[in-house]
Design a protein around this ligand. Structure first.
Ligand SMILES: Nc1ncnc2c1ncn2[C@@H]1O[C@H](COP(=O)(O)OP(=O)(O)OP(=O)(O)O)[C@@H](O)[C@H]1O
Ligand SMILES: [Mg+2]
Length: 253
C-alpha cells in the first residue's frame, strides 16, 4: 500500500539557512500523526512542503505516491506547472492557527466558495453540503453568521468544515488551537477527534499533549530540522529514548 506521506531525506533552505536538514517520515493512510517540537524546528515549513506551498530543496517528498512539485517520467523529474500544483493541492486540506475565513461571507458561504469555484459544484449542492458540514462541526444553527460574530473556536470549526468541503484525502493542522481561549479549545479538539475516528489521515502540529496522547497513532518529535524521535504516543511521550525529547517534554508537560 502507498503511504499518504513519504519523506526521504527532505531538506529545505531559505537562502543559506537550512531549515529542514534531512527529514525522514512516513504517514500511512488513515493515520493521525502529531508533530511536536520547539519553535523554529521546522514544523510549519514541513507542512508547507507537504501542501506544495514550498518546494523541497533536496530529497524526495511523496504525497499519495506522487512527488511534491515534480512529475516523474522515464526516470527524470520535471517541475510541475502552477496549474498542476493547484490541482494536487486541492486534495489536501489545511487548517492554520489563524482561521483566515472570508470576513464578508457567512459561515455557509465560506464553505460553499471553493467547491463552487474550483470543483464546479452547483450552488444548491454546495449549500446542502455546507449545512451538513456545519452540523458535523456542531454549528448547524450558525450558517448565516458572519465570522466577526463567531467566537474563535466557532471560526476554527468553520475553517475545518471549509477544508472538508473539498473532500481532501489528507488534512494538515498547524497549531489549530493555539490562538484560542482555553475554554474554546475542547470543541475544536472534539471535531478533530471525530475526524480521526472516521479514518481521516491527519498531520497535526500541536502543543496539546493530551490530544496527542489520546488520538495520535504516531508522535514525531522534531528539533533543528530533523526528526529526533518518532513512535507510538505511549513511547515518545511517556518513555522518550532521546535526551532532546525528554528536555522538550519537561518544558511543555
Ligand atoms: N519563508 C521563509 N523565509 C526565510 N526563513 C523562513 C521562512 N519560513 C520559515 N523560515 C525560518 O525557518 C525556521 C523554521 O520555521 P518554522 O516556521 O517551520 O518553525 P516551526 O517549528 O513551525 O516554529 P513555531 O513553533 O514557532 O511555529 C525559522 O528559523 C524561520 O525563521
Ligand atoms: Mg509553526
Amino acid at each position: 500500500m502507498t503511504a499518504m506521506i513519504h519523506a526521504e531525506q527532505v531538506t529545505k533552505s531559505f537562502g543559506h539557512h537550512e531549515v529542514l536538514r534531512g527529514i525522514d517520515l512516513t504517514v500511512e493512510a488513515g493515520e493521525v500523526c502529531c508533530l511536536l517540537g520547539p519553535s523554529g524546528s521546522g514544523k510549519s515549513t514541513f507542512l508547507r512542503c507537504v501542501n506544495h506551498l514550498e518546494t523541497v530543496s533536496s530529497g524526495r517528498l511523496r504525497v499519495d505516491g506522487q512527488l511534491v512539485g515534480y512529475r516523474e517520467s522515464h526516470g527524470r523529474l520535471h517541475e510541475l506547472r502552477p496549474r498542476e500544483i493547484a490541482a494536487r493541492r486541492r486534495d489536501i486540506g489545511m487548517v492554520f492557527q489563524r482561521f483566515n475565513l472570508f470576513p464578508h461571507l457567512s459561515a455557509a458561504a465560506n464553505i460553499m466558495e471553493a467547491p463552487m469555484r474550483v470543483r464546479g459544484v452547483s450552488k444548491t449542492d454546495a449549500r446542502q453540503q455546507a449545512l451538513a458540514l456545519l452540523d458535523r462541526v456542531g454549528l448547524a444553527d450558525r450558517a448565516e453568521a458572519y465570522p466577526a460574530t463567531l467566537s474563535g473556536g466557532q471560526q476554527q470549526r468553520v475553517a475545518i468544515a471549509r477544508a472538508l468541503a473539498m473532500r481532501p484525502k489528507l488534512m494538515l493542522f498547524d497549531e489549530p488551537t493555539s490562538a484560542l481561549d482555553p475554554e474554546l479549545v475542547g470543541d475544536v479538539l472534539d471535531v478533530m477527534r471525530s475526524l480521526a475516528a472516521e479514518g481521516m489521515t491527519m498531520v497535526v502540529v500541536t502543543h496539546e499533549m493530551g490530544f496527542a496522547r489520546e488520538v495520535a497513532d504516531t508522535v514525531v518529535f522534531m528539533d533543528g530540522g530533523v526528526v529526533v524521535e518518532a513512535g507510538q504516543p505511549g513511547q515518545v511521550l511517556v518513555a522518550p529514548r532521546e535526551e532532546r525529547t525528554r528536555g522538550f517534554l519537561a518544558k511543555v508537560l
